[in-house]
Design a protein around this ligand. Structure first.
Ligand code: FUL
Length: 485
């Protein structure tokens, strides 16, 4: 058949039957998260456990001369920790296997300064093993904190100690199943017991620990574990211990400028838009004033309102929340702390009970290649893995969801499709009431997650205006909720 002999009408019918070529996903922009970091982003909220000789001496930092005999919890119960954490909605527990005082919660074969010389369980106990079993039973992941600074060890400050530290890390990463996170604290206070020397020891934080070679051990033994410190290499400190995330939050950092204990606090909080590495922030904060349990702080456990503020400041700004609950001298979470955790869970469940945008009609001022696989319906399909994307040349865009009738709302939850990098740098949210649009929130970054708290408004549509983006924007989800007053 000769195409010239076809009438225009027949040609039109044939052409319309040929499917338009599928659009390609946007090219990744800047650094993107690794699979282990993506898995960490999903954890969102998990618990920190500070427990050691300090629990029995009522201190925050042990000097390193504590006798292992003082570690004697009357009713140690990691199963209780794990059950409460699970019911609270946490996804993991990270424990101080060794804090600055050097006492080990597991029977390390490289030191006598451990539970093996404690009366607890007749010297046969292993807190890490008990916690690992309890986490497994409760579907939680487990992480370990191994303080680089060791105020007990005679060799601290010499190369010999680095070998000791690495041996301990190998024990923790080999004998307790899967480890989700390794926590490298940056504190190096100076003075300590140091095997009886009782002196001040200074180390060069940049060179002494030879971090790159220690990180290799973690990669080799636990390839899916993320490593936390002031400068990563996987997760960064947020720069404060008060529970504050930053509303502007790039999951990126110029990593060469950072190391454990050496950090620019503002950059840690906000990240750096032009960062060379994907390095998202973790917010660590205690439910009590101290990291360790002190009876006289029982009336200063954070209230649900305080915890909610922390939740929105951390999780709501795209950070993960690591909330510390220190076991008491029995070795149990205190009743007050347990109640607060469960009350927080209740409040969050009530707020995020129903996504008012789910399944509703969404439209976009631009859709990548006009291809439904990147269409705005992906924002409301309940699948945070699928995403809307714009054409390559687009930097601003409007996304509108018709809520199908008037509904009260006061929370909007957004996520970029971070496997392709972080892009959006400014946005506004409008609600439509009686046919008129009104701005109810503005923001800078979205990244892994952004939860906006807005005044309660009644609206029949909601609109996200992306007003600035470093590359063509993507968005994985746009959810709308109404928190009870
Ligand atoms: C700090 C430590 O010095 C505190 O004792 C606590 O462990 C906190 C999480 O990190 O740097």
């Amino acid at each position: 058949m000769n195409i010239k002999t076809l009438t225009p009408t027949i040609l039109g019918v044939i052409l319309s039957a040929i499917p338009a070529p599928a659009a390609q996903p946007p090219a990744p922009f800047g650094p993107a998260p690794s699979p282990r970091q993506l898995r960490w982003h999903e954890m969102q909220y998990y618990g920190f456990i500070h427990f050691t000789v300090n629990t029995f001496t009522d201190k925050e930092w042990g000097y390193g001369d504590e006798s292992p005999e003082i570690f004697n919890p009357s009713d140690l119960d990691p199963r209780q920790w794990a059950e409460v954490a699970r019911e609270a909605g946490m996804k993991a527990l990270i424990i101080t296997a060794k804090h600055h005082d050097g006492f080990c919660l597991w029977p390390s074969k490289y030191t006598e300064h451990s539970v093996k010389n404690s009366p607890w369980r007749g010297g046969k106990g292993d807190v890490i093993a008990e916690l690992a079993a309890a986490c497994k039973e409760n579907g939680l992941r487990m992480g370990v904190y191994l303080s680089p600074w060791d105020r007990n060890h005679a060799d601290y400050g010499t190369p010999k100690y680095i070998e000791y530290y690495r041996n301990q890390l190998r024990e923790l990463l080999s004998n307790y199943g899967e480890i989700c996170e390794v926590w490298f604290d940056g504190a190096n206070g100076g003075d300590g017991y140091y095997g009886g020397a009782r002196e001040k020891r200074r180390i060069d934080g940049l060179t002494y620990y030879d971090w790159p070679n220690t990180w290799k051990i973690v990669r080799q033994l636990q390839p899916m574990a993320v490593m936390f410190s002031d400068g990563g290499p996987d997760i960064r400190w947020v720069g404060n211990e008060s529970g504050d995330g930053s509303a502007t939050n790039w999951a990126l950092l110029r990593r060469a400028e950072f190391a454990p204990g050496l950090a620019d606090r503002k950059a840690l909080a906000q990240g750096q838009a032009d960062g060379t590495h994907w390095l998202p922030a973790e917010v660590d904060v205690s439910i009590r004033p101290g990291w360790f349990y002190h009876t006289d702080q029982n009336d200063r456990v954070k209230t649900v309102d305080q915890l909610l503020e922390i939740y929105y400041s951390s999780v709501g700004n795209g950070c993960n929340l690591l909330l510390n609950i220190p076991p008491d001298r029995r070795g149990r979470f205190h009743e007050i702390d347990c109640q607060r955790l469960l009350d927080l869970r209740k409040a969050l469940d009530a707020t995020f009970a129903e996504d008012l945008a789910r399944g509703k009609t969404a439209t976009a001022s631009n859709t990548r290649g006009d291809d439904p696989q990147f269409g705005p319906a992906k924002l409301t399909d309940g699948d945070r893995g699928s995403y809307w994307a714009a054409d390559d040349n687009v930097r601003t865009c409007e996304l509108t969801i018709n809520l199908g009738g008037n509904v009260p709302l006061n929370r909007v939850r957004l996520e970029e499709h971070i496997p392709l990098g972080q892009r959006i740098e400014s946005f506004a949210i409008d609600a439509r009431a009686d046919g008129a649009w009104k701005e109810i929130a503005t923001g800078t970054t979205i990244g892994p997650r952004r939860i906006l708290r807005t005044p309660t408004v009644t609206a029949d549509a909601i609109r996200l205006r992306i007003t600035g983006s470093r590359a063509c924007p993507t968005l994985a989800t746009m959810e709308v909720y109404c928190a009870p007053e």
